[in-house]
Design a protein around this ligand. Structure first.
Ligand code: NI
Length: 155
């Protein structure tokens, strides 16, 4: 007859809380890798990953909004968004948001919200990096459509 040690009480690991999903782990359709969800997202790092102009990259989602970055140079097309406001933040460079009744010029760290339904045409005389916030599915050319329409790519 042998004594057996009393079984250690079962220890149940508390369920790990799922961290808010941000960054590349939040690419649409991508589940976060374990242990990678709590990472800062570097906007500069994202911008370093592409060079295409006027082609938005989605870097995160906020509920049903997308946080997107883009590099722009030259003039875009006049358009409006009938269903949503559009948030612009300049990361580097200089962006002129042409409006029918005047221009808004943004330098690094400056932002502007183009109200829903207001015609605008972004213009950058030098290469400029911008961050945009708007509902997922918002077309970059809005009401104008045409050849410069481009869906954002997850980054
Ligand atoms: Ni727009």
């Amino acid at each position: 007859m042998t004594d057996t040690a009393p079984a250690a009480p079962a220890v149940t690991e508390p369920a790990r809380e799922t961290a808010p999903v941000t960054g590349p782990e939040n690419a649409p359709g991508t589940a976060p890798e374990p242990g990678t969800a709590r990472k800062a997202v570097s906007i500069a790092g994202k911008l370093a990953q592409f060079s295409e102009l006027w082609a938005q990259r989605t870097v995160a989602t906020v509920n049903d909004y997308e946080v997107k970055v883009a590099k722009v140079h030259g003039e875009f097309v006049w358009h409006r968004h009938d269903d949503t406001d559009e948030f612009f933040l300049v990361v580097s460079g200089r962006l002129t948001i042409q409006l029918r009744d005047g221009d808004v010029v943004l330098g690094p760290g400056e932002m502007y919200v183009v109200p829903k339904g207001v015609e605008h045409c972004p213009l950058a005389e030098e290469e400029t990096a911008i961050l945009l916030l708007e509902p997922a599915g918002t077309s970059n050319t809005g009401s104008a459509g045409g050849p410069r329409t481009k869906a954002p790519v997850a980054l």
